[in-house]
Write a protein that binds this ligand. Structure first.
Ligand SMILES: *Cc1c(COP(=O)(O)O)cnc(C)c1O
Length: 326
């Protein structure tokens, strides 16, 4: 990846003439069966560009209460897009399409018109859970019937595709827009993409510039993304297998149900332990194992391309030791 970056052919992407960025955008669009894509510096910006495409200021977005766009984007939809967000009570990736249907408000005075629905795939706070294709098809139907736009926060959609053996094109066909991250499981240092129709991506370019996301000789980063798309998708199955092995090893401590682990995220429920998530995180870090405190009683462990079998064994040893003595 570093070599690809070093030798990347570059231009000025603010003028739309960086050949490596153009190649990455074309490749991503093709993989998801859409007309066009736009490179963005972060997943948050990619999501916000997409939300602004769907929802004019004063309009409404529907999303799960624990979605990334609701929880971890610092109020950007409201602060930057003038977008009002209403949430359904969410339990990870579980979606009740009938319930979402009842939430939709029509265009016109005096209610806040619902303009978009956002779905997260895989679901971060749900523990890397996957929304089944059948549920997404029902949502597509709802979107078609109502004219409400459908956006996928697909930061980790690659994991869903590998776990459920669904093609990226099948996912792509169900959404008006998607945001995907090259910098998470795929291991690029920087970069996300917004994906959709050519018209939408033309508008997206304007919004990106307005948000300060127009970059110049950015082919250096796009080359990393192209390398990631080429070499780092199929290997996600290894990360998933390691996550399951971790969950099975820690299950005797009563902190995780291995059957709930679908992809590369393992949530440890510490509500019955004397250690809370910040304490476990700090003690693990002292022994060189880095995890995150997600909620006060939930710690998140992620497997990824820098964690090999030896690293996983060490993680199991350290976390088992801490949980045993807790
Ligand atoms: C990481 C992530 C994003 C984007 O985050 P950035 O840090 O802005 O790149 C968006 N959605 C989900 C579900 C994520 O996990």
């Amino acid at each position: 990846m570093r070599e690809a970056m070093a030798y990347a052919e570059v231009g000025d992407d603010v003028f739309g003439d960086d050949p490596t960025v153009l190649r990455l955008e074309a490749r991503a669009a093709e993989m998801f069966g859409h007309e066009a894509a736009l490179f963005a510096p972060s997943g948050t910006m990619a999501n916000q560009i997409a939300l602004q495409l769907h929802v004019p200021a004063g309009g409404e977005l529907l999303a799960g209460g624990d979605a990334h766009v609701v929880t971890y984007e610092l109020g950007a939809a409201a602060a930057l897009g003038g977008i009002s967000t209403r949430t359904w009570p969410s339990v990870g990736a579980e979606l009740d399409v009938e319930q979402i249907a009842t939430m939709i408000r029509p265009l016109g005075y005096p209610s806040v018109p619902t303009r978009a629905i956002a779905v997260e795939q895989t679901h971060n706070l749900g523990g890397g859970t996957v929304v089944p294709l059948s549920v997404l098809r029902d949502l597509r139907g709802l979107s078609d019937r109502t004219g409400v736009g459908l956006h996928c926060d697909g930061a980790r959609i690659w994991h869903a595709a590998v776990a459920d053996d669904v093609s990226l094109a099948d996912y792509g066909s169900l959404f008006d827009t998607l945001s995907v991250c090259l910098s998470k499981g795929l291991g690029a240092p920087v970069g996300s993409l917004v994906i959709g129709s050519r018209d939408k991506m033309t508008q997206a370019r304007v919004i990106r510039k307005r948000l300060g996301g127009g970059m110049r000789q950015v082919g250096i980063l796009a080359a990393a993304g192209l390398h990631a798309l080429e070499h780092h998708i199929d290997r996600l199955a290894d990360d998933h297998a390691r996550a399951r092995r971790l969950a099975e090893a820690l299950a005797p401590h009563g902190v995780v149900d291995p059957a709930a682990v679908r992809t590369n995220i393992v949530l440890l429920d510490l509500s019955k332990s004397t250690l809370d998530a910040p304490a476990l995180t700090a003690l693990a870090a002292e022994q060189g194992v880095l995890i995150s405190p997600m909620l006060p009683s939930i710690a998140r462990v992620i497997t990824h391309l820098d964690i090999d079998d030896a690293g996983l064994d060490r993680t199991i040893d350290v976390l088992s030791g801490l949980l045993r003595s807790a």
